[in-house]
Design a protein around this ligand. Structure first.
Ligand code: FA5
Ligand code: MG
Length: 387
């Protein structure tokens, strides 16, 4: 274990992931093909989904229970697959086009030009199919450069579900394979939602994913808004054919476990899942689903605005990475509140940053210091002109 010069966080120098030993220098490097910060490396190996007393682990077990109770054909379960995967596994194997934005350094954490921190559990579909699995669930931590608010975090957990049907299963129904699989998929997920929530307001939205067609998203009404909790669809034939399933059809889904757990346990902010504060962790019990989280602090947020002239390479994800790098989990939200272009064609953005700790009250000096550092780094790292 080494201690960083500037920070309070001890950063592990090596860890075991899916049976593979990985050193910090293998993941975080000063190298143009690497954009993984220490704050992300420090989350590797935490595996919240394997903690039976943590909301994410409790939820995983409850979903396992639903599948065990409803399918005589057991789903094979994986929750220890290494989150470092190849570009091929994460993108090519699931037919993500070469120019798709999700492949960009702006959206995905690259360890090197051929290796990423998986941005979804779909990265494991192809290898599991090739290994002969036809019914499976894959749970794991996934990583994305993303915005900052109460339902987005750069590390979160997904559960992938996959089910293959052979022709004799749909032929008897009189439906074509695709319709049969789509019906079965929706029934499965609606049943899961009832198992987890009882009554809850939800709706299906048509969606697009490169690996399924048709594709859908499920939204649940939470905190006065519709919140997307999962993506799913009927698997593209090409994926099945490429991996040894010639005449079959299949469905697949990817659940956002934090989002579901927020609804289930009434957890208002996604940062809480990472809290080591006993006032959070002690509220949950292995196997218990009915618990509602009782907030232990309602410190007011502090808002700071910042305006600058953007340049061509400016992106909101890069800004959020700077803010998280400085403020970590003290950054609650980053929101664009003003945007205009002047006569010379220069574009100005104004962002409002909300700072708040879930665990204690912050002092004015502390917040001013955070904001000062953010301004400094926004200028030096993003090359924008502060106004
Ligand atoms: C996917 O990741 C697809 N792989 C899901 C899928 C699998 C579709 C199989 C079809 C077949 P998406 O990017 O929408 O899709 O993410 C899935 C879920 O992850 C979202 O619905 C949301 O619940 C959750 N999610 C996405 N980004 C974040 C984030 N930054 N923080 C927390 N949860 C997130
Ligand atoms: Mg989505």
């Amino acid at each position: 274990c080494t201690r960083k010069k500037n920070g309070r966080l001890p950063v592990l120098s090596a860890l075991e992931l899916g049976g593979v030993k990985i050193a910090r220098d293998d993941v975080v490097r000063d190298d143009p093909t690497n954009n993984v910060p220490d704050s992300i490396f420090s989350k590797l190996g935490m595996q919240l989904h394997k903690r039976n007393q943590h909301p994410i682990g409790i939820l995983k077990n409850a979903i396992y229970e639903y599948f065990d109770a409803n399918y005589s054909n057991k789903f094979d379960k994986f929750d220890d697959l290494c989150p470092l995967v190849s570009v091929k596994q994460n993108f090519d194997d699931v037919l993500v086009p070469a120019d798709h934005i999700s492949r960009s350094y702006n959206d995905t954490y690259y360890v090197d030009s051929q290796t990423v921190l998986r941005c979804h559990t779909s990265a494991h579909q192809a290898e599991l199919l090739r290994d002969g699995h036809t019914h499976f669930l894959v749970t794991g931590d996934v990583y994305r450069r993303d915005s900052i608010d109460s339902t987005h975090y750069p590390v979160f957990h997904q559960m992938e579900g996959f089910r293959v049907f052979s022709p004799k299963e749909w032929e008897a129904s009189g439906l074509d394979g695709t319709s049969y699989a789509a019906d079965d998929l929706k029934k499965c997920l609606e049943g899961l939602a009832r198992h987890l929530f009882g009554a809850v307001e939800m709706r299906w939205i048509d969606a697009y994913f490169p690996f399924t067609n048709p594709s859908f998203e499920l939204e649940i009404y939470f905190q006065e808004k519709w919140m997307e909790v999962l993506g799913c669809g009927v698997t593209e034939q090409e994926i099945l054919r490429n991996n040894g399933q010639l005449d079959s059809v299949a469905w697949a889904f990817g659940l956002g476990l934090e989002r579901l757990a927020m609804v289930l346990f009434d957890i208002p902010d996604i940062r809480l899942f990472w809290s080591n504060d006993e006032r959070f962790t002690s509220q949950f019990t292995k196997g218990k689903m009915g618990i509602k989280f009782k907030p232990f602090s309602k410190f007011p947020p502090c808002f700071k605005d910042m305006s600058f002239w953007i340049n061509e390479s400016f992106t909101e994800n890069n800004l959020c990475e700077v803010v998280r790098g400085v403020a970590g989990d003290l950054a609650e939200e980053v929101q664009l509140i003003d945007n205009f272009t002047n006569k010379k064609g220069m574009t100005s953005h104004c962002y409002r940053i909300a700072y708040r700790s879930m665990e204690r009250s912050l002092t004015d000096e502390e917040i001013n210091e955070l904001q000062r550092k953010v301004r400094e780094q926004v200028e030096t790292k993003l090359n924008v002109e502060l106004r």
